[in-house]
Design a protein around this ligand. Sequence first.
Ligand code: ADP
Ligand code: TPW
Ligand code: MG
Length: 600
Amino acid sequence: MPDTATKSATPSATATAQDAPKVAGGTESGVQPQPETDGFHLVIDALKLNGIDTVFGLPGIPITDLTRKLQVAGMRVISFRHEQNAGYAASIAGFLTQKPGICLTVSAPGFLNGLTALAHATTNCFPMILISGSSEREIVDLLQGDYEEMDQLAIAKPLAKAAFRVLHAEDIGVGVARAIRAALSGRPGGVYLDLPAKLFPQAIDAAAGKGSLIKVVDAAPRQIPAPDAVKRALDLLKSAKKPLIILGKGAAYAQADADIRALVEKTGVPYLPMSMAKGLLPDTHEQCASAARSFVLPEADVVMLIGARLNWLLSHGKGKTWGGASAKTWGGQKFVQVDISPQEADSNVRIDAPLVGDIGSCVKALLAGIDTRWPKPPPEWTSAVADRKKKNVAKMAETLTKDPSPMSFQSALNVVRDIVKANPDAILVNEGANALDFTRSIVDMYKPRKRIDVGTWGIMGIGMGYCVAAAAVTGQQVIAVEGDSAFGFSGMETETICRYKLPVCIVIMNNNGVYRGDEANPTGGSDPSPLVFVKDARYEKLMEAFGGVGVHVTTPAELRKAMEEAIRSRKPTLINAVIDEGGGTESGRITSLNPAAKKK
Ligand code: ADP
Ligand code: TPW
Ligand code: MG
């Protein structure tokens, strides 16, 4: 360890005095004082140099002063009530901005609280950096029982795309640069950066410190697809009698919106957006096949996946969903897969035409091979899709106009649908089971990256973190449609929303429980069923407790009025929408994944 490590045990300075440059070397000897910098400032300078302007976190030893100094340095520091929510905020900020979202936590427990979000970022291919302070290496490694002792680097590794630790101030520039590159390049993911407490006060010569910082050049290099792979993909698509395009959240992330739209429209191929790709083209687009999903998947003969994995969300590309005879049999589709990860192809079924590259470059290359002579899909196919769509849309319209009491998911979401249509720039956050599935199918999206939800894991708890990040990094109105269970995972962040005065309107679909609220303890005992909550809970009072607006609604008209007012005022608002407690189904639309007991 260099002597710089021990030189300056910086006393905790005040927020205002601390940013004066330090001066080393006494004047008594006649030597000119050399300005110094330290670990705190180098971390901040490295982040700023790379365009990071917002940090989501939670203070405490050893990063308390870092949060103050970040704010002094002009960064937006958003302080949460639980690190997991700060982490989810960072992950979705990464998705929305193509800059790594930063989550800053304390050691061991704070780190672990942030770790779920780091794993979530990696799983969802979102660029994020979890920066955690850590305790003294010598003590941690000898298991001598330090304050918040934990070998964080080792624990983060299997859950992160990459993990780094910086021990010396002069290496901070490299550490931050490596973290940024790892998070953004290729398939984006979560990166862990371990900063031990001792690093922060290490002082080094200011000029040397400045010289050690790295401004990352071309952090997410374009990856141009090979011409033969482009031709193979186009030939396969052209050969199709019943082609289909599936757009995933990778396509939304790529920000190649105009070219993706051109590809869909020039080929004339029906497309399905995965949930976070909704709005990449407006859901009302005539080629959108969402309303005919269960028809197009088994019927299609060639499917082009753009930034979507054939994981459980697409039934692994096989089985009955895809027209296979049984749960695991291939439906006979041929696949083109456009993805930046060369290892993604063949993960579940054979990919006949993998197209490896970044989506922007791949879609451009595909477009270059599509001219006016491109054969549109056979009209039998497109009109069959259109017919099925029409039938299903009519069926849905009928349900939406019903006005039962208590409200159904559908009658409430019919209001949300109208409000989103009238406010297409608003960002929709969505979690729950029935609250998720109904919203996804009922609420149309009109613009790219406006819908953010439970993602690849179907995770509960992203809600309020996503709301805070979406409002903070885009400045747009946020509307969150939350199951009452889902909301509970992050509900305390309503205080954060109020504290930062964010334009967030939360609508709780309150059916008194997980999936439904009408279940009883099968033993007849006095404990409630594990699936239900306090009946008629007044969640809106939580928002009122922090100075926000709380509204309790029982009809679509009241819901509409409350949402309109929330959007007009941009005030933090929580609308507790009372929904029929028997209106949901177990696990929403994924009941089939529930293991069934053999023993009766
Ligand atoms: P969805 O859940 O919407 O189906 P997934 O998360 O399963 O989407 O898939 C996203 C895919 O997009 C991942 O396989 C990832 O490698 C890919 N991806 C992410 N960003 C890009 C990009 N810029 N270019 C190409 N592929 C990308
Ligand atoms: C981190 C399991 C999936 S959906 C859900 C749970 C607990 C809540 C459903 O109730 P909610 O919605 O939100 O009230 P609704 O409309 O159907 O009543 N822990 C985590 N993630 C998941 N997915 C679960 C548990 C789950
Ligand atoms: Mg519920």
